[in-house]
Design a protein around this ligand. Structure first.
Ligand code: ADP
Length: 627
C-alpha cells in the first residue's frame, strides 16, 4: 500500500515532537482523553436531536487498556468516530491554529515551548510511541478504517473490522533508552495517577482494568491476582457544583488532598464570573505557613483548567506576590487546552481574571478582619509580613490595595490595630500616627520616648518587623495623618511655653553641648529635651532615616560603607539631675565632661537597642569613675 505524506507543516511539527526534549511527555494522555471526550460530546449532542442515535447517557465511556506484553497503550471511546476521509483530514494535517502566527511574533525569542506553540493534540502521542494505530468507525456506519503511522515517514489507511462504533487509538510505546523510561506509560499505577492529575473532571467515566490481589479462599495467607474494571476519574469537579451544595467537609478534604496540607484551610473562597472573563475560581487561604513558604523553593500559583481539564498546575500570573500564599484553581472555558506559558503571559483574558481574583481575595480578607477578628489575626501572624512587603515593593504601587489589611501591635495593651482603627479614634487635633520601632515589643516599651508619648495619651504602634517602618514610609499618609517615629528628633509634643523654655536652655548650654558632641564624635548633635520623664538620655534621629532603619539597612547583603546613615542626636533630659552635673563639669573639668558624654551616649545606645562599638572603652570609663 502506498504511504501518504503528511502535509508539510504537520511534518515539521511531527519532527519536533518526536525529537522533543520536552519534559512533560505525559501530557499526551491528557490530549488523547480530551479528544475522546470531545468525540463523545459530539455524538451525545447529536443524540439530543437525531432520533437515529440510540445510546443511553450512561453507556458512554473512555477505556484505557494496557498490554504489557505487546507494549501497547490503548485509549478507546464510543464517540462519533471518523470516516476514512475524516481520519486523513484530521490526522494528516494539523489544524492551523494561532500557533504559527505566534511563532512569528516571537522571532528571536529563543527557548520557546515547542509543544505549547502548536495545536498539538493527537501528535503529542509520538513523544512516547514509535507507531500509532487508529481504528475508527463512525456511529451508524458499517465501515471501519485503520490509520497507521510511524511518524514523519507518513501514514497508511485501510479498511478493517471493528465491531463497535467509536475510535481506538493504539500506541506502540517506545523502548526505554538510557535517558528516558517510556515503559512507565505501561504501568497502571502511573496511568491512573496521570488521569487523576489531568483528566479527573472529564464528564465521562475513564475506565481501566486494574490488577489487584486478594486472599485466596480456603488458604492461609495465600494471595491471588485478579483484575477489576475501575473508573479512574471523579467526573464532576467540586467547583462546578453549586457552592451551597458542597459541605465544609468536602472542601476540607478536597483541599487537604490536593494541596498536601494536614490542616483545614482558614478560608474557602468561591467565585463565579461571567462577562469579560468567564471562569470559576476555588481558592483557599491556608491556616498556617507552608513549611517552605519563606524560602526560594516556594512557587506561588493557581491550577489552571480549561473546562475541567488541567492545563497548568501552577500558573503564577494569576496571583500577585503578596497573595502568593493563596492555593486553589481557576477553570475557564475561554482558554485553549494547548496554551503555553509564554502565550499565557500575553493573554488578555488571563490578566482580567487575575485582576478580578485579586479583588476577590482582598474583599474576603477584609470581611474576615471585620467579622472574624480572631481568625484574621491568626492569618496575619502567618502571612502579614508578606502583605507588608507587598506595600513596600514596586515603589508602593500596591499600597492602596493592601494598607487596610495591615495590623500592628500597639501601646493599647499590645493589641493588634489597623490603620483605620487607629485613625478613627483620634481626637480632633491629632493629625499624627505615632510609632516606635525595635526588635521586640519589650524593648520598644523601654524606649524613653515611647513612655513620654504614651503618658500624653497617644497610642503608639509597635513595629517589630524589619519591613515595617519602610512600609509606613511608603504609605506616607493615611487618612490625612502623617506617620511619626517617636524617636525622631522632630517629634515635639510640648506647649509653646515649654518650647520656649527648652530653646533657652539649649541656647545657654550651647558651648557645653558642642563640647559633648565633639567628645562623642559619632552624633550630629547633643541637645536638651524636656519630654523624657524619668529617663536621663535617649537617641533620636534627624531627617528621613531612623536609627532603626539604619540598623536594618546594615544587615542587608551588599550594603557597604556608603549606605545612608541616620543622623543621630543624643538627647539629654533637662529635668534630670544629670543635667546639673554636666553643667558644673563644664565649668570645672572639661576632660571629665567628655568622658561623661561618652558614657551617656553608650547608655542611650543600650536603651535604644543599638550595639556599642567599643565596649572595652566603655567599661574602662565606668571603672575609672567608680574608683
Ligand atoms: P485538536 O483536538 O486540537 O483539534 P488533534 O490533533 O488532537 O487536534 O485532533 C484533530 C482532530 O481529529 C480533532 O479535531 C477531531 O476532529 C479528530 N479526532 C481526534 N481524536 C478523535 C477521536 N477519539 N474521535 C473522533 N475524532 C477525533
Amino acid at each position: 500500500m502506498r504511504k501518504k505524506q503528511f502535509k508539510a507543516e504537520s511534518q515539521k511539527l511531527l519532527d519536533m515532537m518526536i525529537n522533543s526534549i520536552y519534559t512533560h511527555k505525559e501530557i499526551f494522555l491528557r490530549e488523547l482523553i480530551s479528544n475522546a471526550s470531545d468525540a463523545i460530546d459530539k455524538l451525545y449532542f447529536r443524540s439530543l436531536t437525531d432520533t437515529d442515535v440510540h445510546v443511553s447517557r450512561g453507556d458512554y465511556a473512555i477505556n484505557i487498556i494496557i498490554d504489557k506484553e505487546e507494549k501497547t497503550l490503548t485509549i478507546s471511546d464510543n464517540g462519533c468516530g471518523m470516516t476514512k476521509e475524516e481520519l486523513e483530514n484530521n490526522l494528516g494535517t494539523i489544524a492551523k491554529s494561532g500557533s504559527f502566527d505566534f511563532k512569528r511574533t516571537n522571532e528571536g525569542g529563543e527557548d520557546v515551548d515547542i509543544i505549547g506553540q502548536f495545536g498539538v493534540g493527537f501528535y503529542s502521542a509520538f513523544m512516547v510511541a514509535d507507531r500509532i494505530t487508529v481504528r475508527s468507525k463512525p456511529y451508524g456506519s458499517n465501515e471501519a478504517t485503520v490509520w497507521e503511522s510511524e511518524g514523519v515517514s507518513g501514514y497508511t489507511t485501510d479498511t478493517c473490522d471493528k465491531s463497535t462504533f467509536g475510535t481506538e487509538i493504539i500506541l506502540h510505546i517506545k523502548e526505554d533508552t538510557d535517558d528516558e523510561r517510556y515503559s512507565e506509560f505501561l504501568d497502571d499505577y502511573r496511568i491512573r495517577s496521570l488521569v487523576k492529575k489531568y483528566s479527573d473532571y472529564i464528564r465521562y467515566p475513564i475506565k481501566m482494568a486494574v490488577e489487584k490481589s486478594r486472599k485466596k479462599e480456603g488458604t492461609d495467607g495465600e494471595y491471588e491476582k485478579y483484575t477489576e474494571i475501575e473508573t479512574l476519574n471523579s467526573m464532576i469537579p467540586l467547583w462546578k457544583r453549586p457552592a451551597s451544595e458542597v459541605t465544609d467537609e468536602e472542601y476540607k478534604s478536597f483541599y487537604t488532598e490536593k494541596f498536601f496540607d494536614y490542616e483545614a484551610p482558614a478560608k474557602v473562597i468561591t467565585q463565579k464570573s461571567e462577562g469579560t472573563a468567564t471562569y470559576t475560581a476555588l481558592l483557599f487561604i491556608p491556616s498556617h505557613v507552608p513549611f517552605n513558604y519563606y524560602t526560594k523553593d516556594y512557587e506561588k500559583g493557581l491550577e489552571l483548567y480549561s473546562s475541567g481539564v488541567m492545563i497548568m498546575d501552577k500558573c503564577p500570573d494569576l496571583l500577585p506576590d503578596y497573595f502568593g500564599f493563596v492555593k486553589g484553581l481557576v477553570d475557564s472555558a475561554d482558554l485553549s487546552l494547548n496554551i503555553s506559558r509564554e502565550m499565557l503571559q500575553h493573554d488578555r483574558q488571563l490578566k482580567v481574571m487575575a485582576k478580578a481574583i485579586e479583588k476577590k481575595i482582598k474583599s474576603e480578607l477584609e470581611k474576615m478582619m471585620e467579622n472574624d477578628r480572631e481568625k484574621y489575626e491568626k492569618f496575619f501572624d502567618a502571612f502579614g509580613i508578606q502583605l507588608k512587603y507587598g506595600v513596600y515593593s514596586d515603589y508602593g504601587m500596591h499600597k492602596d490595595t493592601l494598607q487596610d489589611l495591615l495590623l500592628f501591635r500597639s501601646s493599647n495593651d499590645r493589641k493588634y490595630v489597623s490603620l483605620k482603627e487607629y485613625t478613627s479614634s483620634l481626637k480632633e487635633e491629632q493629625k499624627t500616627i505615632y510609632y516606635a520601632a525595635g526588635e521586640t515589643i519589650d524593648k520598644i516599651e523601654l524606649l524613653p520616648q515611647v513612655e513620654a508619648v504614651k503618658s500624653r495619651g497617644f497610642e503608639v504602634l509597635y513595629l517589630t518587623d524589619d519591613v515595617d517602618e519602610f512600609a509606613l514610609k511608603i504609605i506616607g499618609k493615611y487618612a490625612d495623618c502623617d506617620f511619626k517615629n517617636v524617636t525622631a528628633e522632630a517629634l515635639d509634643l510640648s506647649s509653646d511655653e515649654e518650647k520656649e523654655a527648652l530653646k533657652k536652655e539649649n541656647e545657654s548650654a550651647e558651648a557645653m553641648l558642642g563640647a559633648m558632641k565633639d567628645a562623642i564624635g559619632k552624633v550630629s548633635a547633643v541637645k536638651f529635651t524636656a519630654s523624657l520623664g524619668k529617663h536621663p538620655v535617649c537617641l533620636s534621629s534627624e531627617g528621613e532615616l531612623s536609627v532603626e532603619m539604619e540598623k536594618i539597612l546594615k544587615k542587608m547583603p551588599g550594603v557597604d560603607e556608603n549606605a545612608p546613615k541616620a543622623s543621630v542626636v543624643l538627647e539629654i533630659n533637662m529635668n534630670h539631675p544629670i543635667a546639673e552635673k554636666l553643667k558644673s563639669l563644664h565649668e570645672t573639668d572639661a576632660e571629665k565632661l567628655g568622658k561623661y558624654a561618652r558614657i551617656l551616649y553608650a547608655e542611650a545606645c543600650l536603651i535604644g537597642g543599638v550595639s556599642i562599638e567599643n565596649p572595652a572603652e566603655l567599661t574602662e570609663l565606668i571603672s575609672e569613675l567608680m574608683v
